[in-house]
Design a protein around this ligand. Structure first.
Ligand SMILES: Nc1ncnc2c1ncn2[C@@H]1O[C@H](COP(=O)(O)OP(=O)(O)OP(=O)(O)O)[C@@H](O)[C@H]1O
Ligand SMILES: [Mg+2]
Length: 327
């Protein structure tokens, strides 16, 4: 089962530049979470901080009792093995075949025999739909295939925590839809805790159990998908609606005058329709996190805004009743 990741009061700067401050959230065990945020708000820095590759100045990242910020390097190194990381740029070795790229973490971090390595690599390649492409070089395949190879490589060490940095960038809409399904199917198969950084609104609407957003050096919000998808928080609504109007500008932040002018002229927007979350493909086991999440979210209910509360109750109502689930 996936491992819970507890982030407490995390603050990261590079020199004088503060990237974000006081970020606190919990990635619930085995659930899928998405982190949104305009370019440059520190999403990649956040992922790297979770696995201890970057060191925030303040705060803690707790995984099975190990603090990825402050624990001894030896403990951090061991705990890092729980992670599978899919980098933003794929980060494949150009001179190695896909097979060797995907086998790399096994050869580096385990003493497995070649026959066992072959079994694991082929199994993961099948999972991401790359069987038959073992011998290809990264330069000989499409961007979408490279993405999936990066995902397969992130999976070979049986990670309990999977971090994906913009897995959809450069993919066409159909491939992105396949990727969304692949992420949910993966979660059903291995019950790993997953955090996906993406700008893709379809993924945000249909894949995660939870969503968060970084903006102006802060975690604006983190919570159940229903909360963000029904939010009228200006920055969240603007981002999820893909609109120009709102606090986010081309250079991330708009000047106050433009914002004030917009607010005088803007009309209210139609409420978003909450798309149902994707289910695992037929034949796969149900996602183990679903029941745990249900209890967790129902316990939060009294503290949630009304639209989110309604959406959650509708999704959990037995099918066939008046407010039945729309899935
Ligand atoms: N190693 C580093 N040294 C100095 N500054 C850095 C370093 N890594 C990132 N930064 C800065 O931190 C900020 C956040 O960068 P980050 O890559 O995390 O953004 P992002 O949210 O992932 O953006 P995008 O959506 O474009 O990928 C940027 O201003 C970046 O220049
Ligand atoms: Mg990034």
């Amino acid at each position: 089962m996936g491992t819970e990741v507890v982030v407490e009061g995390l603050t990261k700067s590079f020199g004088k530049q503060n990237v974000w401050q006081d970020v606190t959230l919990t990635l619930p065990a085995g659930e899928v979470s998405v982190m949104l945020g305009p370019s440059g708000t520190g999403k990649t820095v956040f992922l790297k901080s979770l696995i201890g590759l970057l060191k925030p100045e303040r705060g803690r990242v707790l995984i099975d009792g190990v603090d990825m910020v402050n624990s001894p390097e030896r403990d951090i190194y061991e705990t890092r093995k729980l992670f599978g990381l899919m980098f933003q740029d794929g980060a494949l070795f150009g001179s190695m075949s896909l097979f060797d790229n995907i086998a790399f973490p096994l050869r580096e971090h385990t003493r497995k025999k070649e026959t066992e390595i072959r079994r694991v690599v082929m199994e993961r390649m099948e999972m991401v739909g790359l069987l038959g492409a073992e011998g290809k070089l990264p330069g000989e395949i499409s961007g979408g295939m490279r993405k999936r190879a990066g995902l397969a490589r992130a999976l070979v060490l049986d990670p309990q925590i999977i971090l994906c940095d913009e897995p959809d960038s450069g993919l066409d809409p159909v491939r992105t839809a396949y990727l969304s399904q692949l992420l949910i199917d993966l979660n059903a198969q291995i019950d790993a805790t997953m955090l996906i950084v993406t700008h893709n609104l379809d993924i945000a609407a249909t894949v995660p159990d939870n969503m968060g957003m970084l903006f102006r050096r802060n975690l604006v919000t983190f919570g159940p998908r229903e909360v963000l998808l029904t939010s009228d928080e200006p920055v969240v609504a603007q981002f999820l609606g893909g609109r120009r109007e709102g606090p986010i500008g081309m250079s991330e932040e708009k000047d106050a005058a433009t914002l004030a002018r917009e607010q005088r002229t803007s009309t209210s927007y139609a409420p978003r329709v909450l798309a149902p979350q994707l289910e695992p493909s037929p034949g796969l086991p149900p996602r183990a996190a679903v029941l745990r999440r249900r209890e967790r979210v129902l316990a939060m209910l009294p503290h949630l805004p009304e639209p989110a509360r309604d959406a959650i109750l509708r999704s959990y109502a037995p099918a066939g009743t008046a407010g039945g689930a729309v899935s």
